[in-house]
Structure formats: C-alpha cells, structure tokens
Design a protein around this ligand. Sequence first.
Ligand SMILES: [Zn+2]
Length: 212
Amino acid sequence: MHVQIPVTVHQARLGPQEFQVVRPALPPRRALLLDEGPYLNAYVGQEAARLLAGLWSLAAISPRWLVHVPLRPTGAGAGEPGSRPLDLVLLHHSLRFAPSRWKELRGRLGPGRRRSVSAPASEPEIDYEALRHAGNRDHFHQHLHAETLFMTGSAKAFRETAGLFREVARHGPAHVRDATRHGHYCARLHRGDARTREIHIEYVDSWPFVPA
Ligand SMILES: [Zn+2]
C-alpha cells in the first residue's frame, strides 16, 4: 500500500553540489514542533500526523532528497517564552549536507515544481523495544540551525519510525474523545545518543493550539 503525497521539488546549487529539496505542497496546518529545552515536542492533528508519517516514509526511500517540512507558525503570537518553534528537515547521512549551510540553501530555492510522489503507507511490525536498545548506527543525528531541526538518518531509521506518526493519527482522536481515558495520546521517538533529544509526539484535537 502506498500513499500519494503532493509535493514541490526545488533545486539549488551550493558550490559544486546541487541539492534537491522536497516540500509538501500544502504544509501541515495543525502541527507545531517546539524546542522546549530538554524536550523536543511535536503537537499534531490527525491530518498533520498522517502527512508527517508519509513524509517520514518518503525520506526512507529518497536518500537524495532533503525533505523540508515548514512548521513554524507565521504571524504574531508564534512561540511562547521558553519554547521555540522549529521547521523540520529529514535527510540521509549519505547526502553529506552540512546543516550549517541550510540558511544559504533555503535562500536559493525557487518556487519549485509540483509533483505527486508515492510513499509506503505502512511499515513491517516494528519492535520498538529492540529499536530503543539498538546501536547508534541506525539512529538519528540531530542538529539545530536556522530555526530548523535536522533529522539525519538512514533509510532504516526513517522506515522504523514513520509508524510513530501513523500511530498517533490512528489512535489519537479516539483516545482524547473517550471520556473514560485520561491524559493525552502520544508516541516517543527515543533519543539515539547523548547528543540527541527525544521527540515527544502528542496528538492535539483542538486548534489553534497553545501549549500549556
Ligand atoms: Zn506524552
């Protein structure tokens, strides 16, 4: 099973190297990624969680693309004190792209070409416990540059974690609307090593959303 994702494909040159940046044609509206000190918190509505799952899967199969997900709110009121809204870029180690050059690359991107791309709609059953204790090789590296979180990983790392967003999209709405259940619905993308932070992915039903 595959899903079709409408995207725009942008090309830009940095020195001798040409990069392709892929963005969702419509950035997720009900999604927020916040840098909250010790935590990276993603707040997502159902549609946004589905789109992020699709983009994560797309990253798994597209080692030559930088997948850019604009998530920072525009306009006033963006960002509470102590929390910083971030955009997201998914990329492969093999691309050897230095996140410190992102601002320059981003500034050179044109309007891009519209395309529809196909991404797997599901992953094989994942042993999350095993994933948690696996070596660092298949984990993500994280970098923060220009208000953007860079998740650099392998195909395996993206494939194995796309389902976290899918889980949130699938179970979040029923959980928060069920009065017998308490608390929020979330999934956790565990930290790989001492230099990465866990991403807490929380389903949020009502938008616009202001974090507590
Ligand atoms: Zn939680």
